[in-house]
Design a protein around this ligand. Structure first.
Ligand code: NAP
Length: 494
């Protein structure tokens, strides 16, 4: 078995063992539950820890604590709130190696990528610490004589978040950084696969001096807890990152009390390579856009469209690069591709490979079997994929690359846009006019031209169509946690 025992050993040798918590963090205290749940190393299936699962009633306790905490947190000066967020960010960076070990142990991604996630996560706390001080309102030139019209931004109150397992630390700080900087309080329910990462983040919040009730993490049954959270009248805003299927369900549940909702859902990114592109850069870029987080990334290139006259050369070079990827345990420093965090992802990869081959796709490298175990997927390249195959329509969320030939710009634009998803798209071309035309016309929330790297705290992250609602990060990220208030001061001369 690959890496037998190493995740447990690594957790036992953390430099700061207090990061490893098993209880939930409620109202500034560590709370035990009635039952225990196992946390598993996805590479080996070994149990690496157990955590307390709380009864759904804890939701009421946490929301009530968050409501009390809000009354004072909203009045803390933005600079003082920012100081706590910055301390939290500094602590994340100080403990980056330990945090990355926890992420790798329960999520599976290579340790070097997990270190990168911690830095990405800390960036959101720093960013929003500063943005909180810039939540300017405006004065509106009046249409009413003798009056002064102002518009200000105010925090909505208690907020809740449900976060996924693929980026288990940064998806928490991207939401909590914005909410807390705006003056809101937040209750987080992390994915059941990655509770240890979330509890470590909570431990660092406590160490940063977070007042009780401002930031809380609860573990338990996700459907029951989210239902209870969304039924609470005084949870005013709700943020979710995860699948479109669950996002739809939660949107429906949130509608009963008309909450502000932000959703970061699935993606099916087109990666378009024109024949005038720098081919080496396109091959390298497509490696990053496809295989980050072992392919378990909502930004993952799911349809790689390559113009026909460079198609064979691209496929040859790309398969060569994919063949160099090392699959293994995330704690092995040579590993590029770790296990899939949940078995349904590796199963879906295998099904998509089989279905595509049966329908006429060409297996260039990789395949359905991996000797390391059921949760590992061999990095695979399928060529001659067509638009009707499952892989060209359903999100893969694993290290399987589907390459499709195209002939003209109009044709590829139409095919790229014919998806219910609209999160990210990539274009490789050296023609400036084409780059502008394509980026204008792609129906996606984010378009990357000649690069696979574009995320970070300053940019508005979010999707169009069924990829979600709202934006995270950037100067817009706090708006999901604030309401505008218009005030008319009348009769000033009276
Ligand atoms: P998922 O099943 O939707 O799970 C995500 C979260 O939702 C987990 O915390 C899970 O909790 C919870 N959950 C699951 N079923 C629920 C229900 N019936 N009611 C309430 N909560 C529920 O997603 P996944 O398949 O694990 O994650 C991968 C998906 O997330 C992909 O589609 C990916 O594209 C998307 N994603 C999007 C972004 C983005 O920013 N747009 C970023 C990352 C991932 P439990 O684990 O406790 O069940």
């Amino acid at each position: 078995m690959v890496g037998s025992g190493i995740a447990k050993e690594a957790l036992a040798s953390l430099r700061y063992s207090e990061l490893l918590q098993s209880r939930s963090f409620v109202n500034g205290a560590w709370v035990s539950g009635e039952s225990r749940a196992e946390v598993v190393d996805p590479a080996t299936g070994e149990v690496i820890a157990t955590i307390d699962e709380l009864n759904v009633d804890i939701v009421d306790t946490a929301v009530s604590a968050a409501a009390d905490a809000f009354l004072s947190w909203r009045d803390v000066l933005p600079a003082a709130r920012g100081a706590i967020l910055r301390r939290w960010a500094d602590l994340l960076r100080e403990h980056a190696s330990d945090l990355a070990t926890i992420v790798t142990a329960e999520q599976g991604k290579p340790h070097k990528e997990a270190v990168g996630e911690v830095s990405y996560a800390a960036g959101f706390l720093d960013w929003f610490a500063a943005e909180g001080e810039r939540a300017y309102g405006e004065t509106v030139p009046s249409h009413l004589s003798g009056s002064r019209l102002t518009v200000s931004w105010q925090p909505v109150g208690v907020t809740a978040a449900i976060t996924p397992w693929n980026v288990p630390i940064a998806m928490i700080t991207r939401k909590a950084g914005a909410a807390l900087a705006a003056g809101c309080t937040m209750v987080v329910k992390p994915a059941k696969e990655t509770p240890l990462s979330a509890l470590a983040v909570a431990k660092l919040a406590e160490m940063a001096g977070m007042p009780p009730g401002v930031f809380q993490v609860i573990n338990g049954d996700a459907p029951m807890m989210s239902k209870r959270l969304l039924a609470q009248q005084n949870v005013r805003a709700f943020s979710f990152t995860g699948s479109t299927r669950v996002g739809r369900l939660l949107l429906e549940q949130a509608s009963a009390s008309v909450k502000k909702v932000s959703l970061e859902l699935g993606g099916h990114a087109p990666f378009i390579v024109f024949d005038d592109a720098d081919l080496s850069a396109a091959v390298a870029g497509c490696m990053g856009a496809k295989f980050a987080t072992s392919g378990q990334d909502c930004l993952g290139a799911n349809r790689i469209y390559v113009q026909r006259n460079i198609y064979d050369e691209f496929v040859r070079r790309y398969a060569g690069a994919v063949g160099e990827l090392k699959v293994g345990h995330g704690l092995d420093s040579n590993t590029d591709i770790g296990p899939m965090t949940i078995e349904s992802v590796s199963q879906k990869c295998r099904e998509q490979i089989r279905q595509a081959i049966d329908a006429g796709a060409r297996l260039v490298i990789g395949g359905v079997d991996n000797p390391l175990g059921r949760q590992f997927v061999t990095p695979t390249v399928l060529a001659d994929v067509n638009d009707d195959m499952n892989i060209a329509q359903e999100e893969t969320f694993g290290p399987v690359a589907a390459i499709l030939p195209f002939d003209s710009e109009d044709e590829v634009l139409k095919r790229a846009n014919s998806s219910e998803y609209g999160l990210a798209a990539y274009v490789y071309t050296s023609n400036l006019n084409r780059a502008m035309r394509m980026s204008d016309r792609l129906e996606y929330g984010m378009v990357a031209v000649n690069t696979p790297k574009f995320t970070g705290s300053p940019i508005p992250f979010g999707g169009w169509k069924q990829s979600g609602l709202g934006r995270e990060g950037s100067r817009y990220g706090m708006q999901d946690y604030m309401e505008q208030k218009y005030i008319c001061f009348g009769n000033l001369n009276g």
